[in-house]
Design a binder for this molecule. Structure first.
Ligand code: GDP
Length: 198
């Protein structure tokens, strides 16, 4: 798929204020600093559509971008555990779970994982939450240029193993990307195109 137009539409922290249009949307989410903004800019051929920063804890907003006038790209904030009392179970920020549970237009979410690191509990928990909630998602491994091909393969294999250990029957679809080198761009955009045509 070729991206011809990419326009910022609205930012808010309340899912009820997201655009009312019934266009399919694709959400991008991951831990802070995972390379989400760089990936969004790479996919859309824009240098500053999503604001990049090396600094964690940026504003917690749901950002909608209209792509080619026929689908939304949604930039979600970095997930983390909401501060709840020690006795209650850890949960993700309320407006993130609200988004996933209420947004009917969601066609697929992309959960971003930094390929350099071993599986982190919060990422596995987040994917388990998505699986249990039956929200369709794919994994996007980021920053593939930072490690060798051999390491990429072994890190992906370690993720698969970890997911099977967490009762997954199969690995969700996944993509290996590098925003600095443009790796994986066609694959992700073609996947979106395929889902749009279903
Ligand atoms: P965000 O917080 O998830 O939006 O992450 P950013 O896109 O702001 O990226 C965080 C840091 O990682 C920045 O210093 C980026 O330059 C760097 N970065 C992001 N993607 C890549 C990549 O594919 N390759 C390399 N080498 N660095 C990256």
């Amino acid at each position: 798929m070729k991206i011809n137009t990419a326009e910022f539409v609205i930012s808010n922290s309340d899912v009820s204020k997201c655009p009312k249009d019934f266009l399919p949307e694709y959400a991008f989410i991951g831990r802070s600093n995972v390379g989400k903004s760089s990936l969004i800019n790479m996919l859309t051929n824009r240098q500053k559509l999503a604001k990049t920063s090396g600094r964690p804890g940026k504003t917690q907003l749901i950002n909608h971008f209209l792509i080619n006038n026929n689908w939304f790209l949604v930039d979600l904030p970095g997930y983390g555990y909401a501060k709840v009392s020690k006795k209650t179970k850890s949960v993700f920020q309320q407006f993130i779970t609200d988004y996933f549970e209420k947004r009917q237009q969601l066609a697929c979410a992309f959960v971003l994982i930094d390929i350099r690191h071993e599986a982190q509990a919060i990422d596995i928990e987040f994917m388990s939450y998505m699986g249990e909630s039956e929200i369709p998602f794919c994994i996007i491994f980021t920053k593939a240029d930072k490690i060798s091909k051999v390491k990429i393969d072994s890190h992906v294999a370690a993720y698969k193993k970890q997911m099977f250990a967490n009762h997954w029957a199969e690995m969700p679809p996944y993509f290996v990307t590098s925003s600095t080198e443009g790796t994986g761009k066609e694959e992700v955009l073609n996947y979106i195109d395929e889902v749009n045509q279903e």
